[in-house]
Design a protein around this ligand. Sequence first.
Ligand code: URA
Ligand code: CA
Length: 433
Amino acid sequence: MRMVDVIEKKRNGQELSKAEIDFLIEGYTNRSIPDYQMSAFAMAVFFQGMTKDERVYLTEAMVKSGDQIDLSAIEGIKVDKHSTGGVGDTTTLVLAPLVAALGVPVAKMSGRGLGHTGGTIDKLESVPGFHVEITNDEFLRLVNTNKIAVIGQSANLTPADKKLYALRDVTATVDSIPLIASSIMSKKIAAGADAIVLDVKTGSGAFMKSLEDAEELAKAMVDIGNGVGRNTKAIISDMSQPLGFAIGNALEVKEAIDTLQGKGPADLHELSLVLGSHMVTLAGKAASLEEARAMLEEVMRNGKALEAFKTFLASQGGDASVVDDPSKLPTAKYLIEVPAKAGGYVSAITAEEIGVAAMMLGAGRLTKESPIDLAVGIVLHKKVGDSVQAGEALVTIHSNNEQVAEVMEKVYGAYQIVSEKVTPPTLIYKEIH
Ligand code: URA
Ligand code: CA
């Protein structure tokens, strides 16, 4: 087989066979196929797309390029959740203990990652002592006993995707639904879950700005998941404004604790219940979404969700007393309110701008090596649809630096206030099976 023929075939819009896709991914991983040929191939896919079968073959080939996590030692149906990312998305911290409290095994492999705030692991590390440096055996044992554990991402997960994603980044081929869908799904599938719930975000703060694109991506990922034998469902949720109130690592842990007690922000609370209901039904613990939701509400009410969170933190070295006393989490030196310049109704909060503001405070990383300040971030007091009076606080900035003029400017740039009443945005647009 010759790579040039595979590129030509795709360029001409013909469907590739499994053997051809295996050839190109194996060759790219072992360096017998150079970047320039892979670039030409990615561009051909960008214009010609890929069929359902091709997407499944591509995903499977990328899964096989590296380690595949074996979770078979864990009893029960392992359900993973993935979000396409947004600003202040605290749902993983809520969902993991919430569904674990109902006996759904959560074997989470997570990363630190770049972005406005840290990844799930960074957030959890704001709990003093908590760590993810546990052995594979310890990880499996903890999931079997507590139904929940988090381990750092294996360095050799889907190396083909790692290389291809970096190449796409510099060849203007990131924005291709088949390539995005197979990239995300390959990582989820290699991580070993039996079933997957996807939260595809749409809006200004999301990767997919329009609902149509988000829907197309969600369908593509659901088809791939089901195509490789992992039961997969997706919802499309709003990211036109940040989720919840808190954006920042320790601040989001505190927000997750509130939500596990049933007193979190309305949007985070609702999204957690919707995603959680899908996880619980996929795990076979409830016969319907309605039943699952009632069970989730019950463990919020009776304290079992919070108990699961405490056990999880303590089992990985964390000081679980932060759950009852969140003031033990890292706190910032300066709390600075940003007052509204005029009264009216909030009509928009550009998620992206708030994310950048949190980043400027030190909540996120610019490069893989940058340090991260777990204490800092932004807490919103007003969301889209809320009324506000002149002088009332829009947000509180949690900073370790007294000089926050630039951050304040970002916040003012993000908020739009109008004089007419505003309807809050829809939180959940669609469910895709
Ligand atoms: N996230 C990924 O992991 N892969 C993509 O291709 C795009 C976003
Ligand atoms: Ca949040």
